[in-house]
Design a protein around this ligand. Structure first.
Ligand SMILES: [Fe+2]
Ligand SMILES: [Fe+2]
Length: 312
């Protein structure tokens, strides 16, 4: 069986002027050398930019599987597409169906000719990361979790993610994790190699790199994550999906996430490889792999920062 040629990107944020030079150059590179399968890791674009993003990636000429990101379900007041759940359950699947692309939230993808399954979902957050520590260390600031109010500024999901009456982010997180579990079980039964892709980090090892959970120093000199860091963590993922993937780690080949705009790579003790795509607004990352066990090649497109090492 030939080794699968994968290409992976995320966080296109299509349509934002600062993103387009990188996006267009990345698509051009894919068109010049299409992979067997292209994976898109969410935040393709808000509103109609989601559709435009997929239409353009559709010109690459290869199968495409994707997950949405939080920006992809942002809605305006009285949005013609409905609320965020309508967009997630109806609008985005319809766009993908029209373009012949596979939305992983609706089921696993099995690549013909390869013994490979890809499962994934947007993956939501429920404060189970970071939240308990925040409440314990900063009890007077616990209200900030619900309000999504940092010491400076508010998380835009609080404004643009609108759930219908009777649903909140906690229930949505559970539903998404339950669905991912059933998709993962199906994939593990039918394919030898399984890749997992989520938008919000699937594991803390794929989260914000400056939140490594390990306090530096000890005793009175310990430097702990501050309140805002704990809030970012609380809005990044959840322990249900984390537990699910750790339980099945010995059967997974690769776990990919996006959202943080920070590159991460690593592995779990069982050997599963971890990658956070790390595309930023002006710099878009494209990961190419040939087979799932060898190395990968990272290409970057767009305007490089003057001091890449200084990116926070
Ligand atoms: Fe993003
Ligand atoms: Fe995101």
């Amino acid at each position: 069986m030939p080794r699968v040629r994968l290409a992976i990107t995320a966080d296109s944020h299509w349509g934002l002027p600062k993103c387009q030079p990188g996006n267009l150059a990345l698509v051009e590179a894919l068109r010049a050398d299409p992979p067997d399968l292209l994976l898109l890791g969410g935040d393709q674009g808000a509103d109609s930019h989601f559709d435009e993003c997929l239409e353009t990636f559709g010109t690459v000429g290869c199968p495409v599987a994707l997950v949405p990101g939080n920006h992809d379900i942002w809605v305006r007041e009285a949005d013609a597409r409905g609320d965020s759940l309508d967009v997630y359950r109806d609008h985005l699947p319809n766009v993908c169906r029209r373009l012949g692309m596979h939305l992983l939230d609706t089921g696993p993808f099995f690549l013909p000719g390869h013994d490979l399954a890809v499962v994934g979902c947007m993956n939501w957050y429920d404060h189970s990361w970071g939240g308990p520590t925040l409440v314990q260390r900063f009890p007077a600031e616990a209200w900030r979790l619900e309000a999504m109010q940092f010491s400076r500024g508010r998380h835009n999901d609080r404004v643009y993610v609108r759930w219908p009456a009777g649903l909140d982010g906690f229930a949505f997180t559970r539903q998404g994790a339950d669905t991912l579990e059933s998709h993962l079980r199906e994939a593990l039964e039918r394919a030898s190699s399984v890749v997992v892709m989520t938008h919000h980090p699937a594991l803390p090892e794929l989260g914000f790199p400056w939140l490594d959970r390990q306090p530096s120093g000890s005793g009175e000199n310990a430097v702990l994550p501050d309140m805002n860091h704990l809030m970012w963590e609380a809005f990044s993922g959840n322990t249900q999906v984390e537990r699910l993937l750790r339980t099945h780690a010995d059967r997974l080949a690769l776990v990919i996430s996006g959202h943080t705009h920070r590159w991460r790579e690593g592995a779990l003790p069982g050997g599963v490889r971890l990658l956070n795509v790390g595309s930023d607004y002006p710099v878009k990352n494209l990961i190419r792999m040939e087979g799932l066990t060898d190395g990968f090649h990272l290409q970057q497109f767009g305007e490089m920062p003057a001091n890449p090492a200084g990116v926070a």
